[in-house]
Write a protein that binds this ligand. Sequence first.
Ligand code: AMP
Length: 466
Amino acid sequence: MENREDLNEKCAVVGVFNHSSASKMAFFSLFSMQHRGQEAAGISSSDGRKMHTIKDRGLVTQVFDDQKISTLNGDIAIGHTRYSTAGDDSILDAQPVYARYDLGEMAIVHNGNFTNAQTVRQTLINRGAIFQTHMDTENLIHLIAKSDKNELLDRIIDGVKKVEGAYSLIFSNRDQMFAVRDPHGFRPLSLGRITNSEGEDGYIVASETCAFDLVGAKFIRDVKPGELLIFEKGKAPKSMQLFEPTPNHCIFEYVYFSRPDSTVFGKNVYKLRKEMGRTLAKESPVEADMVIPVPDGGVPAALGYAEESGIPFNMAIMRNHYVGRTFIEPTQEIRDLKVKMKLSPMSEVIGGKRVIVIDDSIVRGTTSRQIVRMLKEAGAKEVHMRISSPPTTHPCYYGVDTPEQDKLIASKYDIPQIANYIEADSLGYLSLDGLLDSVGRDLNYCTSCFDGDYIIEPEKIETTEN
Ligand code: AMP
């Protein structure tokens, strides 16, 4: 699983309510969801009188230490990790987005993408709003600040009714927390119970349930598509169904995004990925000596492929987990080196062998091409690439950072041409039907990255202010 740097955002959000170490719990939660964004991290806490925010570029453990966490007082904390474009990694574009406004203080964290962001932003600018960041999330701050309602709750309702697209949002002010999920439920958002040291019930809302496992929280349920949850002291969370739910969950969460130990949209991701590998083996068999995964993303699917085909599984590519971003100029030589810094094949295992190598997706084709080359250089006799998802042909407008369409290799070339480009002896993808069979057809999914079937049309307006 190779991280691409020049993409937009994929994020994790967390909110902790009524816990004496709320910011610490938020920190650990973000740590467990680091895979959703490595560019920047931030936490806003509230002690009932004042809000405190720390955010910066870097990994969660680079942004926070004990001393910093100790200044984030209070029993409410919301947090965020961000993945952003290389050119756009301004500290202003880190979250939480914090603001003072006529009702006091507020902070927002957001996972997703507003599809009408430019239209809303332009309207706000035309009315005199001054934006400080490039983030669509800032629209909400303005919408809330301008609303004439007297309570933050009513202003949030006003605000989210004006935005469209994918959003899993958490808001807090000095003494309340709110969580909202868009009517389609594109991105995940789960609710859990977290008991504080006094034995009182606190609550946690997070993008992925792996956060609950780390902080010892109990999963209660998912926040429903179109639902708003209100957290107030001494009360159970109150639910309001703001919009008719029309679920279209992001299937790419299952393919690549989520951590395998998370339960996403009610299902364990690891089991589904293994099933995708099994289906792939049935759909795209090939004679070979071993099945090897591209770590870490390809591991569960490779296990499934190996089990189904009866071909032995080998961890023949090692991954170095300590590779961060390299700031050396990205010449072609350095780019090749970067893959080698991260992934290293074992020639003792693959030398002279026919290998099936499994990854979760091909986007531009760069990673697969480098991996095939690396395996051949390490002595593999044949390299058969198998991908546990369909060809990525369309960009995502709902919060996954796929590049523009013309950079997606499968939007321009057919499978034999891609096989040729990546220099593989053969290439096979999981079909969309196979993917849906693997994850189960009991839920509705957004599959737009694979079929261009956009549930919400992205806006066409271009502005120059970015
Ligand atoms: P590429 O080299 O552009 O074809 O990228 C393919 C690799 O990127 C695969 O190893 C995937 O696991 C990984 N990948 C897929 N989607 C994303 C994403 N949204 N962000 C970062 N990496 C991704």
